[in-house]
Design a protein. Sequence first.
Length: 184
Amino acid sequence: MVDSQVVLNGQTFAYTFYAIAIMLLMGWFGLSLKRAGKSSAVKSGLFYSFTGMLVVLGVSLHIITYNTIPWAPMDLNRAEIKPDKTFRISVENHKFVLPSEKLIINQNDKVLFDVDSKDLTYGFGLFRSDNSMVFQMQVVPGHRNDILWKFDKPGVYTIRSTEYSGPKGAYMIVKDAVEVIAQK
């Protein structure tokens, strides 16, 4: 599975380039209008060609980045995927109740996090040691709340609530709750 940070960096680069191209088109069009004082200063064929290229580029970016979302194939095929481990976690009164003090996972395991809320809507997010997010989901009482994830890098992760559930929700952090152990 591609790391979500790699996907974010790639999409940031691609969409920044695309936004700059759009701004250049608008700047060029505006400058041409200002210099000539009329719209005929910009040749319509050139303007529409450039605009068409931007539309093709934008659609291509969406098609290319569609399959870079790391969890998409696993989510689309999850009926056929059997998790290597399942962790049932409950949340109540602004506290995560884990099945053990530390959730140990082997590298390349597919893990199902099945999270149940007893009272409020919470978030369930897994964060790296640099505080960047690996994944998150909303946890709604009375509904199925689970996420299937493949851990392809060893590391230690923190669980945090990613949904506003009142002032106490800001303190819903379980440091170093998940450890992914390297394969031997």
